[in-house]
Design a protein around this ligand. Structure first.
Ligand code: CP
Length: 307
């Protein structure tokens, strides 16, 4: 079902396929010995042309826990890309050495291109401001585990909604679930792209609103998805400095939120969630990071056909 396929964007998998991965991830969480050693002899290549902590390390941890091994690079300067080798050639060659490739690249569309040249499955670990499908699997699994199901929720996205690929991927994925309402909270300059609101949500008749005020909407939310203002995607430093602290979630704001709200964040965070909230039972972002490892274990085992 999952073998001989690539994962470039969340829409590559059906809802039923994602449910199978979530069931598998849940089983792995409950029984830490389940699937251990199932990927013995398999090799994962992690090609990271941009920095990462969670995505790269959770994939590597996932493969090691499944009994496989990992190779790769975490910065392009240590690969022959720095000598001018094309992405296509890099992927062709790494396909000879590994059974599955996980790649992050700053260029939108890079994962799709890689999938065309690879002879093994390619998993997109983030392509510019475009997509981050395994973060979406992480986010959906976290919502399902903590809220009981993915439908019937009001989900707020707050912060940098223009460049935030995790927001784009999650909004697109949530539009496939029933009775979802989305609230986009951002400064004018960092609004969610029209291709999401006009191109996907409006066409699918998904209710959404856009606002700049977190205070006005926080009481309505079941899920609050906070995001970092991404310095690396700005063209000038002045704009970044002006916008970076647009939203800081703290105890005072959380006093107006529901007791059952869950706060998610793909991480890394900078200033947008005050550390004083880390002990709040609604703060779920570190649990979310752990679910990321379980769902990546499920994904690797499924794509390699070992479960
Ligand atoms: N959420 C996420 O993609 O984190 P990293 O950039 O650390 O991989």
């Amino acid at each position: 079902m999952f073998t001989k396929r690539h994962l470039v964007e969340p829409g590559d998998f059906t809802i039923e396929e994602m449910d199978r991965l979530f069931d598998l991830a849940k089983r792995i969480e409950q029984d830490q010995g389940y699937l251990r050693e199932s990927c013995r002899g398999k090799i994962l290549a992690t090609l990271f042309f941009e920095p990462s902590t969670r995505t790269r390390l959770s994939f590597e941890s996932a493969m090691l826990r499944l009994g496989g091994t990992c190779l790769g690079f975490s910065e392009p300067s240590s690969s022959s890309v720095s000598k001018g080798e094309s992405l296509a050639d890099t992927i062709r060659v790494v396909s000879c050495y590994a059974d599955v490739i996980v790649m992050r690249n700053p260029k939108e569309g890079a994962a799709l291109l890689a999938s065309r040249y690879a002879t093994v499955p390619v998993i997109n670990a983030g392509d510019g401001g475009h997509h981050h499908p395994t973060q979406t699997l992480t986010d959906l699994l976290t919502i399902r585990q903590l809220k009981g199901s993915i439908g019937g929720l009001t989900v707020g996205f707050c912060g940098d909604l223009k460049f935030g690929r995790t927001v784009h991927s999650l909004a697109k994925a949530l539009s496939r679930y029933p009775a979802i309402t989305m609230i986009f909270i951002s400064p004018q300059e960092l609004r969610v792209p029209c291709y999401i609101t006009e191109g996907i949500l409006k066409k699918a008749e998904i209710p959404y609103i856009e606002t700049h005020s977190l205070e006005k909407v926080i009481a309505d939310l079941d899920v609050l998805y906070m995001t970092r203002v991404q310095r690396e995607r700005f063209f000038n430093e002045e704009d970044y400095i002006r916008l970076k602290d647009s939203y800081i979630l703290n105890r005072e704001k959380m006093d107006h939120a529901q007791d059952e709200l869950i706060i998610l964040h793909p991480l890394p965070r900078v200033n947008e969630i005050a550390p004083e909230l880390d002990e709040d039972p609604r703060a779920s972002y570190f649990k979310q990071a752990k679910y990321g490892m379980y769902v990546r274990m499920a994904l690797l085992a499924a794509m390699l056909g070992t479960c």
